[in-house]
Design a protein around this ligand. Structure first.
Ligand code: CMP
Length: 139
């Protein structure tokens, strides 16, 4: 069955001009964009989006980073797209993310408190539907 996932190009990706490159990879893989928007996150939205990270030491730096500039939010569709986009994105830590992946090819450690890794992708079909409801109410 077809599936949806939430993809975010984080502020580092937007600031570095990598929106087109990320979307190119998603489309080249064969997935379909069903919603796409450039916007600024809010503290309220991020508190819900990152609810599972409540209490973690990197939460505040992460929220500050996500508020530091615009993000691109997209809903992407296709069979097994949750797993498929995570595979395109690569490991969370860009230093060790495999070459060929978005993070492995385009991101690095800049010595900051937060892991700046260009993209977010939902980690399960259940998280995807929850996150899509937050970023695109009604979709
Ligand atoms: P993502 O998986 O999209 O969602 C949580 C984000 O928090 C993650 O990407 C990184 O950007 C960041 N992150 C996760 N773990 C750490 C960590 N240990 N230190 C700093 N930032 C982190």
């Amino acid at each position: 069955d077809s599936q949806r996932t939430l993809v975010l190009v984080k502020p580092d990706g937007v600031a570095r001009g990598l929106v087109g490159e990320v979307l190119r990879r998603v489309e080249a893989k064969g997935y379909t964009l069903v919603a796409l928007e450039l916007r600024r996150a809010t503290p309220e939205l991020l508190a819900e989006h990152y609810a599972e990270h409540a209490g973690k030491p990197f939460l505040q730096p992460l929220v500050d980073f996500m508020l530091s500039g615009p993000v691109v939010a997209a809903v992407v569709e296709g069979q097994r797209v949750v797993e498929g986009f995570r595979s395109l994105a690569g490991a969370t830590d860009p230093t060790v993310a495999a070459p060929g992946t978005i993070r492995g090819d385009l991101a690095r450690d800049w010595g900051r408190k937060v892991i700046e890794n260009i993209v977010h992708g939902s980690d399960s079909p259940e998280s995807a539907e929850r996150e899509i409801g937050l970023w695109f109410p009604g979709l």
